[in-house]
Design a protein around this ligand. Structure first.
Ligand SMILES: [Zn+2]
Length: 492
């Protein structure tokens, strides 16, 4: 019904356009300058943009049409024939990314307008950025330091450069432990690392403060507001890199990938006994059935998923022994889903499936009696990181792991591009909220759960006001300038 009405409307509009515009062929080709509502453009590095930035653009399509493989190109509005870049939409995330398509070094300050075109769809629009003068203080550059285990990439003038000696000690220590943990399962006698582990230290927070590709990328900053202990984070990401290097045959279900990294590094964010923490989840009625999380692990509540994954690996280590677990994980058969992969392997080797294994796992956890402090820590960890992600979604989506801007670092080093990780300017509001997060993490360390709840309450109030848009409070009213209390940070 609705379709017919729409169709009739189109006919009327077409007829009208013929009447109004005798040259109807040119009418339909009049360049559209307003971006269609179902396309969204983000420019990077994030605003404010300065002369000297090398710009990237990410176009996201939210409409209903099939967009995978559709070509899009980009040019300066005043030089439309000179295409700056052409790319296609991914059918997976429906995004088209132009990496570093425009170097602003030779540009004058002012508004810089670009024209985006999808020739096959007859769609184009203009959109741009306001370019501020060179701030004069952006002179950081990539630098590299080599140690026995690792190649450390960092940016000059950052906290990482100042603490390089301690960082090197920490990564040497952690990589030796990580390698020995795999070696203990008889996976290799000699280190499989033919090349040193590549570690990149960035001063800004992206995601939860660390991520791994073929190299480990770690946030290192004195005012790191993610509260992650640097040694644990380095260890976690190193386990991922080694796992990928050694465990190359067959699938690697995310629940084991992350469970292994958390278990071997001693905790998630901070030290913590994985079985005690999973028992606390059960006691708090926060435990998520494995059937709900195993096939879409990264969509599950993040902290709960990771805590349970680590506990499952810890439990299997106790039950089977380390060598058997690693052998099991390294030799999983292909299958249509992670749940089926794990169940098939369990059936072949132990005559049970994931559901039966989970029953035994729960019975084991129920027998543990978690400390009330562990329960408080677990409950507030979930709350604090939910709030941290809520803050990212509302105010810095380029840092939220679902919408993060994390361009490939090796290409940036080759091109001497630093902006995307070097500078993410903070408004006073960001500084205020992030400072309270630092208080939150200090309260975790001090087991001050009352102080912790009150700090989280303060952040919640500010975020609530922003979300409801019912208050346009000055940052002076919220607490700017902040008093910089000395709080423990996460240096190694
Ligand atoms: Zn991980």
């Amino acid at each position: 019904m609705q379709l017919m009405v729409t169709h009739a409307l189109i006919l009327i509009l077409t007829a009208l356009s013929l009447v109004l515009s005798p040259g109807s062929a040119t009418f339909s080709q009049t360049p559209q300058t307003t971006r269609p509502a179902d396309f969204h453009v983000d420019f990077f590095p994030v605003a404010p943009y300065h002369i000297g930035d090398v710009l990237s653009a990410r176009v996201t399509y939210t409409g209903l049409a099939e967009i995978g493989g559709v070509e899009i190109d980009l040019a300066l509005v005043d030089r439309p024939d000179q295409v700056l870049g052409t790319t296609t939409f991914s059918s997976y995330n429906r995004q088209a990314v132009f990496y570093w398509f425009f170097d602003t070094h030779e540009t004058k300050p002012g508004f810089l307008d670009f024209r985006f075109s999808l020739p096959a769809r007859g769609i184009s629009w203009t959109q741009g950025v306001h370019l501020l003068p060179d701030s004069g203080s952006r002179d950081t550059a990539w630098a590299v330091s080599h140690s026995q285990c690792c190649t450390l990439h960092y940016l000059t003038g950052t906290d990482a450069e100042a603490d390089l000696e301690q960082i090197t000690e920490t990564v040497e220590e952690r990589s030796a432990i990580a390698l020995s943990q795999f070696a203990a399962a008889g996976v290799f006698d000699e280190s499989p690392l033919t090349d040193p582990l590549s570690i990149v230290l960035i001063p800004v927070v992206v995601g939860h403060g660390g991520f791994a590709t073929h190299e480990a990328v770690l946030t290192y900053a004195e005012d790191n507001w993610t509260g992650i202990e640097f040694g644990i984070l380095a260890h976690h990401e190193m386990v991922h890199v080694i796992d990928r290097l050694v465990n190359t045959e067959g699938p690697r279900p995310a629940i084991f990938v992350e469970g292994l990294a958390v278990y071997l590094s001693g905790g998630h964010y901070r030290e913590g006994d994985p079985l005690q923490r999973a028992a606390a989840l059960l006691a708090l009625d926060m435990y998520l059935p494995l059937s709900q999380i195993v096939n879409n692990f990264y969509a599950a509540q993040h902290e709960i998923g990771y805590m349970q994954a680590a506990a499952l690996v810890a439990y299997l280590d106790q039950l089977w022994g380390w060598e058997t677990f690693i052998n099991f994980y390294f030799n999983l058969p292909e299958g249509p889903s992670d749940a089926e992969i794990i169940s098939t392997a369990l059936a072949a080797r132990f005559g049970l499936d994931l559901a039966v294994l989970e029953q035994d796992f729960i019975t084991y956890l129920e027998a543990l009696e978690p400390d009330p402090a562990v329960e408080a820590d677990v409950r507030l960890t979930v709350e604090a990181y939910d709030m941290l992600r809520h803050y990212q979604t509302l105010l810095i989506p380029s840092a939220h792991f679902r919408t993060a801007w994390w361009p490939p670092l090796s290409a940036m080093r080759e091109g001497s591009i630093v902006g995307d990780y070097g500078y993410r300017e903070k408004a006073p509001l960001n500084v205020i909220i992030e400072h309270i997060f630092i208080e939150v993490h200090a309260a975790f360390a001090a087991k001050d759960y009352q102080g912790l709840e009150s700090a989280l309450g303060r952040i919640n109030t500010i975020l609530g006001e922003i979300e409801n848009k019912d208050a346009n409070r000055s940052h002076y009213a919220i607490g700017w300038p902040i008093k910089r209390n000395p709080v423990p940070h996460n240096r190694p």
